[in-house]
Design a protein around this ligand. Structure first.
Ligand code: ZN
Ligand code: ZN
Length: 276
């Protein structure tokens, strides 16, 4: 059995919009979807357009029980929800967690509003799987399976978003997108969440040079990712949520600059696998 396995797989790393283009095939165009395997158990973070390929793979592998965690419900993070094949299998039992709705609506109400005319032809009633919609309020601690502990924190993003930390077998991976930092005032709750983690997947939509006119849009920079990794003793920074227009060349350059500052930096791409 793969009891000690702790694996992170990227199915989509593009932010704001799936953005296929001839010049970005190396890093990929699908919007956020990240799979984390803890032993045999599958955790999924966001259902962006990358969820389409992940869903096909899970069905092929016969995976029937898993947990999904939404950072929030902006389109780039849920657009794959209606196209996620396991939801159409009666043998599947999934739990879908979301932590920023409760003041306005439930996670299930979000899905009903999202999958409805005139934006979508069918409603969630079409799903055959047993999908449990579970709402929580950060900083709730979630224990989806024995031995897996998930800590949560509220992020700074229009309409809200939630950051996650997965602890398993003494190691930790964090998923923190979409989040706008306040320059020179790192968020103490976020620093506590990521402290000592092996991996931080972080919203690096912009560079510091681009950030000024983009304040208020709810995103951060790879340089801030480096700063908080250094401040919190995180070993690896995964640069994530790439601007739709970034080319492979742009991202290779960002990776080289980031690695010169912080050797543990890597730019996420569709198909990237990291073992903790
Ligand atoms: Zn986003
Ligand atoms: Zn967003």
């Amino acid at each position: 059995m793969s009891d000690g396995l702790f694996l992170v797989r990227f199915w989509g790393a593009r932010g704001s919009l799936p953005a296929p283009a001839a010049g970005n095939c190396e890093f990929g165009s699908d919007s956020p979807c990240v799979e984390i395997r803890c032993g045999d158990h599958v955790l999924i973070f966001d259902l962006g357009s990358g969820a389409q390929a992940l869903g096909t793979t899970l069905v092929q592998e016969g995976v029937k029980d898993f947990d999904i965690f939404l950072s929030h419900s902006h389109l780039d993070h849920v657009i794959g929800l209606p196209f996620f094949k396991p939801f159409y299998k009666a043998t599947v039992h999934a739990r879908l967690f979301a932590g920023h709705f409760l003041d306005d609506m439930t996670c299930f109400e979000m899905a009903e509003r999202f999958m409805a005319p005139p934006f979508f032809p069918v409603t969630p009633d079409i799903f055959h799987a047993k999908v449990e919609f579970r709402d929580f309020r950060p900083p709730a601690t979630l224990k989806p399976q024995p031995g897996i502990v998930i800590s949560t924190v509220r992020l700074n993003h229009p309409n809200g978003a939630v950051g996650y930390r997965v602890d398993y077998k003494g190691r930790a991976a964090c998923y923190v997108t979409d989040h706008e930092h306040i320059p020179d005032h790192p968020d103490s709750g976020l620093l506590a969440l990521i402290k000592g983690a092996e991996i931080l997947i972080y919203d690096c939509m912009y560079t510091d040079a681009e950030f000024g006119p983009c304040r208020g849009f709810g995103h951060s920079t790879w340089e801030e990712g480096v700063r908080i990794c250094e401040a919190a003793g995180v070993k690896r920074l995964v640069i994530f949520h790439h601007r739709p227009g970034r080319t492979d060349e742009d991202l290779r350059q960002i990776e080289a600059e980031a690695q010169a500052r912080f050797p543990g930096a890597i730019v996420a791409r569709t198909g990237l696998e990291l073992t903790l």
